[in-house]
Design a protein around this ligand. Sequence first.
Ligand code: AHG
Ligand code: MN
Ligand code: MN
Length: 327
Amino acid sequence: MEFEQTFINFLLRHQEKYNRTYNFLILMDALISAAKHIQHYYLTGALKGNLGYANLINVQGEDVMQMDQIAHEIAIHYLKTTERVIRAVSEEADDIISLNEDTGRYFIYFDPLDGSSNVSHGLPVGFLFGIAKRNLEGPEDYHLRAGRDYIAAGMFVIPTGTFTIALKDAGTWRFHIDETMNYVKPIQMALPEDKKSWELSFNSANRNTYSEKVQKWIVANEQKYAFRYLGALAGDFHRILSNGGMFMYPAIVNHPNPKKNRPDGKLRLMYEAAVVAFMCKEAGGDAVNEKGIPILDIEPEKHHQRTALYVGSKPLVDEIAAVLRSQ
Ligand code: AHG
Ligand code: MN
Ligand code: MN
């Protein structure tokens, strides 16, 4: 029989090596419990009727699925039990959620269920999170942190049983769930240099709505790479991290119905774009917005702020960034 190192063991050793406290472990243990709980609901959802719509519209003006709400409630429940989270930002809550203003140590920004359009099919969705730390020296200003100030960011792809986490300056690691429901076997992720496996991932149905320079770049380059699109950032980015290439959700500026333009893109900065950008950076890649500015450098003004996103292998992101910065 073969046994693998568990995630919790990996993390304990990591904290020990860097002389860190156990507080982060308590938080991560809660996130693992939340992810397993969400996965359980998802797996039995079709049978129990949990995969439909909740007859609600969320703060983004989108239909809320029952699973979005269930996942949000599960995540908040476990975060509360840690007594270490100051405030939480969830895609499914209009306001910032205050948890432990006095004793808390971390800020967490999360999308409890990413890829809602896959829910009614039981196909992969994600639970994405970014974590920042309170200002331990001097007064806490409660400002929303830029991605470069996250200490960790990760995603569970549900119900596939994979978990990827990046720890600041310590790499991006992937784990798989085993038969005892433990996440095990740390594998360090590094974007492959060999272009043979690179993929492009974007909603091709939107291509005519992108800026002319982005459209031009696509026409000139798309045939060099394989094309894959699942419609859930967590799943699409999971592939890019393994195979290399680039995921993009460009700004929509040429929609035939101008009301449907999205000059700021669709994805949310704090709990989608910055999370994957952080993981990508720790794996040797990069990410920029529509102006070619690094995603991790953007200081959020609003917690539900949107951004265009280009994330993946550094040479490709550099290439598109040069195009985006050009006049
Ligand atoms: P969410 O389900 O949390 O609202 O996020 C969906 C996002 C993201 O996961 C995905 O990459 C993108 O929306 C897909 O959008 P399109 O359907 O416009 O391609
Ligand atoms: Mn999402
Ligand atoms: Mn979501």
